[in-house]
Design a binder for this molecule. Structure first.
Ligand SMILES: Nc1ncnc2c1ncn2[C@@H]1O[C@H](COP(=O)(O)OP(=O)(O)OP(=O)(O)O)[C@@H](O)[C@H]1O
Ligand SMILES: [Mg+2]
Length: 386
């Protein structure tokens, strides 16, 4: 596979270095801006690389496990030898950045869940600095059940997409969660009404910011959900939930949410939880062609809908970010697609201009990529160009 670089404004990892990360004691990888194909046997370490790349964005990465779980453990050892680190040179629309991230051990050497980040060598909070420096969108086989499982997974999916459009979304989400926990504590302990008023006002302000940001994400995606190639079905998306559905345009949602919370104090105290608010929302996805909710579609249709959603998110993000497509991490993406859809996926990735990182056990699945991509073979903890 030879050089034919993708548009340089997209986010592209040009160098990646892993230290004590999962199966890798140490790994250095250099790449150009084209999409990357990682081929290797089961257990070779392909997903581990995608996971490391996902940690260039805030949060717990694409496996969603505790951060300490990513630290390398030798076979048979219960404890990791030390903290992990991921370093990358990432090209983006604002130039090239050196991003470093890893776990911060406690003074006694124990691994904590505290993540450190460095941008160009300067320490920065991982929760915000990373989303401002690098944008990452992923799709993993674990997400195949997104439409079937509980709304929590779909909210997290929507929140992650929102975060990549609006780095401040994480702050609104944690302010909301914190105020909600405080309200529950006051309700449980019989706190004074004036304290409850204050904490409900905080909840309403943060909750509305949260709901508005999610609604903006859905609006942004809608424009990109029409099928370009016809290979991926058109999805219709909406945020649903008691709070979202009763909102009307121009209505002062914040005041109404505050009043609703005040009215529900007794019921919520009895239930031990807040029964209304954006933390109960859901992302409803409908297969337009079938006229059915995604959960009623076939396994293949659900996968295609999900791919369509992720590609729409990448397109929408590129539009919002001066044409710079996010990094796309597509784990085992080719395995369940027929030849026509695989070709359409590669065409779409190239049209978006994204540096997509795709994994598979068989190089033949990526043949249609041709010179538009670069390939590496993952064996024995090392990567060799194909
Ligand atoms: N914390 C850890 N320390 C050391 N090794 C780990 C750790 N976590 C996972 N591994 C190992 O990493 C190896 C590679 O895993 P990975 O999921 O990246 O494989 P893969 O190439 O994606 O395989 P598949 O094709 O089956 O998806 C596995 O053998 C797994 O046991
Ligand atoms: Mg894997």
């Amino acid at each position: 596979m030879s050089a034919d670089p993708a548009p340089s404004s997209a986010y592209a990892v040009r160098r990646l270095a892993l230290t004590a990360f999962r199966s890798y004691a140490a790994l250095t990888l250099e790449a150009d801006a084209r999409p990357v194909v990682l081929v290797g046997e089961n257990g070779a370490g392909k997903t581990n690389i995608l996971e490391a790349l996902s940690l260039l964005s805030p949060g717990r990465g694409l496996r969603g496990t505790a951060l300490a779980d990513s630290a390398r453990r030798l076979p048979g050892e219960a404890d990791p030898a030390g903290p992990w680190a991921v370093a990358a040179t990432v090209e983006g629309p604002e130039g090239s950045f050196e991003i470093g991230t890893g776990l911060t051990p406690a003074p006694d050497g124990r691994l904590t869940e505290r993540r450190a980040a460095h941008i160009n060598g300067v320490a920065a909070p991982a929760s915000t600095a990373l989303s401002e420096t690098c944008r990452v969108v992923w799709l993993t086989p674990q997400m195949d059940r997104l439409f079937l499982d509980s709304p929590g997974g779909r909210r997290r999916f929507l929140d992650r997409l929102t975060l990549s459009f609006e780095p401040g979304h994480g702050r609104a989400a944690s302010a909301y969660e914190k105020a909600m926990r405080e309200r529950s504590r006051l309700l449980r302990d019989g706190g004074e009404a004036s304290w409850l008023d204050a904490v409900e006002a905080q909840m309403a302000a943060a909750g509305l910011a949260l709901a508005n940001a999610r609604a903006r994400t859905v609006e942004r995606l809608k424009a990109d959900l029409a099928p370009l190639t016809g290979a991926f079905p058109q999805g219709l998306i909406a945020v649903t939930g008691a709070f979202e559905e009763t909102r009307a345009p121009g209505d002062d949602g914040e005041a109404r949410f505050r009043e609703a919370l005040a009215r529900r104090r007794r019921a919520d105290a009895e239930a031990g939880r807040t029964g209304i608010g954006p933390h109960t929302a859901d992302l409803a996805v409908t297969h337009v062609g079938r006229g059915r909710p995604a959960a009623e579609c076939s396994t293949g249709e659900q996968k295609a809908l999900l791919i369509g959603l992720v590609l729409a998110a990448a397109r929408a993000q590129a539009r919002a970010d001066a044409g710079a497509a996010p990094l796309l991490l597509l784990d085992e993406i080719a395995a369940h697609l027929d030849e026509r859809r695989r070709a359409a996926l590669f065409d779409e990735i190239c049209a978006i201009g994204a540096q997509a990182w795709m994994t598979g056990t068989d190089a033949a699945l990526f043949a249609a990529m041709g010179d538009r991509g670069q390939g590496f073979c993952v064996t024995n903890g090392a990567l060799n160009p194909i």
